[in-house]
Design a protein around this ligand. Structure first.
Ligand code: SF4
Length: 712
């Protein structure tokens, strides 16, 4: 019997960005059950179906149990030495920037921090990006442009306190189910609360909708530009807020007017009923307490940053921010997309919310990471963002790639091209939990990593709340924690003095110190600051309760809401409205590919199903890859409900079961992202989308493919 038997250990769910607290019951060294943690402020005891099935998804079956080099099992000493020596050989022959890393929002903050420090600090390459690029990079770019920093102003209570909640590009009911449960309860308690759903598909989130706008895909910025002009024309702006706390309103309004004519034309552009559109505008403009919640439906676009911006513009113009129940609220997809942003895991970031062009940042981080014997050599400029990174591999510019906790063969657009790029990369290192993925088969070096329930560290959820994920079970076989693997490779590269960690609390406190390091100059202040946690000892770290950053001497209990004083992190302290010229999707429809393809998650699965696919009850929700089709499209293309179809684009194809659905607009299809060729032979939805990205954020356009469909 294990010493921890029967205890209920507290940890955090590893799936979506809600970041629910979980209590796990252990018996005889196994996790036998989980329940929601009633003390966790994200969920107060609730769990969705994925979270409540966590105990069913564990076990050694399918786990990667030993390191491998060139397909042969080896011990850790060989694996680590080979990793270090092969990386070093490529650096010596092709330079530091021939090395790249590709990380994941599934990693814990401590793993992320150590990886960022190794690649950008000591390997001297800026090419370290993350699959979070696919999730919320557009939201980050727009927040930075408007607020001077990447900071989500709201919290989950704001959703409950709002008089109007606008869900746009977000199927909250399926993708953030516990938040949807909280919204449902809040709406039942407050009969005056209204919910508006803006989405091309009629999703389960419409259950709460007082108003549904089934817009044309990609017309979101046009719709919010229209809202801005509507508010201006009817005297429904907040001139005092605009005058005291913002810049850029006049040019922003002028640009919106250029793009918007009368309400009928606007409604026709967005393909919605004009009266319903005006009802939304009226509701938005007549309430102060409005939360607009958005997710991948907004972000995953070649104009994602501008779409986010058009939402932020309306909130700033109406003074609907920095108040209870008000603000533009981007919800992250992954459990630690936010934590990755904090450490600098995006290629355009340096560390701790400092960018390459932040004044003095390169020098500051260099000094912070220096040891008596070692001085890091930080790059001078940002690296390649996810899609660019794989293009650089294709060109032969990047010759060594270390992928951790993600499978770009499945998740990136233009998946066949990504596969070809990885195949031609001379050195591919993969840190992974599971053994039977195509990526593992392609890797030169495979490093078995520990997973949820084994790892110790922190994650940050969508409301900036840092929570502990706790290790309670031993990793199987030879699996090791990611921070340990990275540190051991760093040691073999000669950087051991800077990576002398024996427990993740040391990494977390170093990260907390960096967040507060020289973070005091008013004109250069960084909002991400958790310096009040920098002195935690191991026991205090183990016991850390969920807390929202900033956590400073002035706010030792954390900060629930940002910008309450109307001061932003720009040079003059004012928020910036930014003109938006709406642009449609870049993947154009044509005779060969006449249908618009949307993609997304389903309720009971997570990413590539390596965990959720192990639970029979989760698999029961949808048992196979499918494509949802409007009934008239089905008729036109010779499809029958429950029949098989082949979906083809200029870049790839997928086979799937047809579901004729009244939720689909005419001319549009929906496919789930989860199934890989491991399951069905040919169900890689990522292969159907071209690798087109937003020019500012680098986020791919994974909601706007151009395809044709035929019956099989
Ligand atoms: Fe986990 Fe998200 Fe479900 Fe919460 S809502 S239990 S974080 S999947």
């Amino acid at each position: 019997q294990q010493p921890d038997d029967h205890l209920k250990e507290r940890t955090t769910c590893p799936y979506c960005g809600v970041g629910c607290g979980v209590k796990a019951r252990l018996e005889q060294g196994r996790m036998v059950d989980v329940e929601g943690d009633s003390d966790h402020p994200a969920n107060f005891g609730r769990l969705c179906v994925k979270g409540s099935a966590l105990a069913e998804t564990l076990g050694d079956h399918g786990r990667l149990l030993e390191p491998r080099v060139d397909g042969r099992p080896v011990d850790w000493e060989v694996a680590l030495s080979e990793t270090a020596s092969r990386l070093q050989a490529i650096r010596a022959e092709h330079g530091d920037t021939a090395v790249a890393g590709y990380l994941s929002g599934q990693l814990l903050t401590e793993d992320y921090y150590v990886a960022n420090k190794l690649f950008k600090g000591f390997l001297g390459t800026p090419h370290l990006d993350t699959n979070s690029r696919l999730c919320m990079a557009s939201a980050v770019a727009a927040y930075k442009r408007s607020f001077g920093t990447d900071a989500v102003p709201c919290n989950y209570e704001d959703l409950e306190e709002a008089e109007l909640v606008v869900l746009v590009g977000s199927n909250l009911a399926w993708n953030h189910p516990v938040l949807f449960q909280r919204l449902r309860v809040a709406k039942a308690r407050n009969p005056l609360m209204r919910v508006v759903v803006i989405d091309p598909r009629v999703t389960d989130s419409c259950e709460l909708a007082d108003l549904y706008l089934g817009i044309r895909p990609g017309s979101d910025a046009r719709l919010f530009n229209g809202l801005l002009t509507w508010m201006a024309d009817r005297g429904r702006l907040d001139p005092v807020y605009l005058q005291r706390h913002t810049n850029g309103f006049d040019e922003t309004l002028a640009a919106a007017r250029e793009a918007v004519s009368d309400i009928e034309s606007l409604a026709a552009d967005c393909d919605v009923d004009a009266e319903r559109l005006e009802t939304f505008y009226y509701w938005f403009s007549s309430q102060l307490h409005v939360v607009t919640l958005y997710s991948q439906g907004i972000n995953q676009s070649t104009s994602g940053t501008d779409k986010c911006q058009s939402i932020i513009n309306c909130h700033l113009a109406g003074g609907k921010i920095g108040l209870p129940g008000a603000g533009p609220f981007s919800i992250t997809g992954q459990p630690n997309a936010m934590g990755g942003r904090e450490v600098g895991g995006l290629a355009n970031q340096l560390a701790a919310h400092m960018d390459y062009d932040s004044p003095g940042a390169i020098d500051r981080v260099t000094r912070f990471w220096s040891t008596p014997e070692l001085t890091p050599t930080l790059p001078e400029a940002p690296g390649y963002k996810a899609v660019e990174l794989f293009e650089a591999i294709e060109r032969g510019e990047i010759r060594a790639l270390w992928i951790m906790a993600t499978n770009p063969l499945v998740s990136l657009p233009d998946a066949n091209r990504v596969r070809a790029a990885i195949e031609r990369c001379p050195l591919v290192i993969v840190s992974e939990c599971m053994t039977d993925t195509a990526l593992v088969e392609m890797a030169d070096i495979v490093l078995p990593a520990s997973g949820w329930s084994e790892k110790d560290g922190t994650v940050t959820n969508s409301e900036r709340r840092i929570s502990r994920q706790r290790g309670m079970l031993p990793p199987p076989g030879e699996a090791r924690h990611d921070w340990w693997i990275i540190s051991e490779v760093a040691r073999r590269l000669g950087f051991g003095e800077a990576f002398d960690y024996s427990h993740p609390y040391q990494i977390f406190t170093e990260h907390a110190q960096l967040s507060g390091f020289e973070n005091d100059a008013e004109h250069q202040r960084r909002l991400f600051n958790i310096s009040a946690l920098a002195e935690l000892d191991r026991a205090a770290y183990d016991a850390l309760s969920p807390i929202q950053w900033p956590v400073t001497a002035k706010a030792p209990l954390g900060t629930a809401r940002l910008f309450e004083d109307g001061r932003f992190i720009t040079a003059d302290g004012r928020a910036r409205l930014w003109p938006v010229q709406p642009r449609g999707p870049e993947q154009s429809l044509c005779n060969d590919y006449p249908l618009r393809l949307n993609s997304g998650r389903i309720r009971d699965q997570w990413h590539t199903m390596t965990r959720t696919g192990r639970s029979a009850r989760l698999m029961n929700h949808r048992t196979e890859p499918f494509v949802e089709v409007h009934e008239e499209d089905a008729r036109e293309h010779g499809l029958v409900d429950r029949g098989l179809a082949r979906i083809v684009s200029a870049t790839g194809e997928m086979r799937a079961r047809v579901r004729v659905s009244p939720a689909q607009r005419r001319g549009e299809l929906f496919v789930p992202i989860h199934w890989t060729d491991r399951f069905s032979g040919a169900a890689l939805s990522g292969s159907l989308f071209r690798g087109l990205t937003d020019p500012l954020s680098g986020q791919p356009e994974s909601k706007h493919g151009a395809v044709r469909i035929t019956s099989l």
